[in-house]
Design a protein around this ligand. Structure first.
Ligand code: ZN
Length: 275
């Protein structure tokens, strides 16, 4: 059994064949977490989970930091953007037991370079962090640095300084691309690191080094479908059953059996989700 800890089957790219994709995912014995990126996509992820009785199908509630990018007028309307996030509505939804995690949420400095906008990102992240702490749910973190590990460093500071009591299971840092030093910081906080299609690419030495560094009992697998399709399917739309190729590469790097990666990462994902 494999677990795709981060996917987006609720996205429009699956509108034509979603049921078929889910059927073959289940057939392949792969469980999945459909990760929300705003209220609409989170609620749809929850509907899907309910439709399948939460059997191998789970949902998160999140507001993705790059939502800010979609608004071209956002420079002039930072406050309006913040209102669009709608903290009150978010905190209410977060109470729903169907959402097992909060996120994806975090900081994206690769896409957002403006200092004022980065401050809005931080504010929205802290609100989601507050929801996670209040509802005792783990975080699904999206963090993408621009230079060195800038976004990771800031995110780490926010996690460390704003709340004294971190969650028992802190969550997942999805698509981890930081240094080993940064990995250690998040591992020490209790986070799991997630790796996906990028580690299967030919020129992936940096990604492979990260996998080498992270202990297997703190790694989870992801596809981030429909994006980042792993080899040998690169160029096509991604889907959860391709998570197998990520597991194969991790087994190779770690010098352990496929089965060991499969079992350990499945167990890790269940631990984070509390199921
Ligand atoms: Zn994602």
């Amino acid at each position: 059994m494999l677990f795709d800890s981060h996917t987006h089957l609720q996205f429009a790219g699956y509108d034509d064949d979603r049921d078929a994709v889910i059927a073959r995912t289940k057939e392949a014995g792969v469980s999945m977490v459909n990760v929300g990126t705003d209220v609409t996509s989170s609620v749809f992820a929850l509907e899907l989970a309910k439709q399948y009785n939460f059997e191998g199908m789970y949902a998160t509630l999140g507001f993705h930091p790059t939502n800010i990018e979609r608004r071209h007028d956002v420079q002039e309307k930072k406050e309006e953007y913040y209102e669009e996030f709608n903290k009150e509505q978010f905190l209410n939804l977060a109470k729903d037991d169907g959402f097992l995690m909060i996120g994806e949420c975090g900081l994206d400095y690769f896409h957002i370079k403006d200092e004022a906008l980065r401050n809005v990102e931080k504010k929205i992240f802290l609100d989601q962090f507050e929801a996670a702490v209040t509802c005792k749910k783990p975080l699904m973190i999206h963090c993408r640095p621009d230079k060195d590990d800038d976004a990771y460093n800031d995110l780490y500071q926010l996690l460390k300084s704003d709340f004294h009591s971190l969650l028992a299971t802190s969550g997942i840092v999805h698509f981890f691309v930081g240094s080993n030093e940064t990995a250690k910081k998040f591992l020490d906080l209790g986070f799991y690191l997630s790796f996906g299609g990028a580690i299967t690419f030919k020129k992936a030495e940096d990604h492979k080094e990260r996998v080498r560094y992270a202990p297997l009992d703190r790694i989870v697998l992801e596809t981030d479908a429909p994006y980042v399709t792993p080899e040998p399917h690169r160029g096509k739309r991604n889907e959860p059953m391709y998570v197998r190729h990520v597991a194969e590469v991790i087994a190779n790097i770690k010098g352990v059996s496929f089965r060991e990666v499969e079992e350990q990462t499945f167990k890790n994902t269940k631990t984070v989700l509390g199921i």
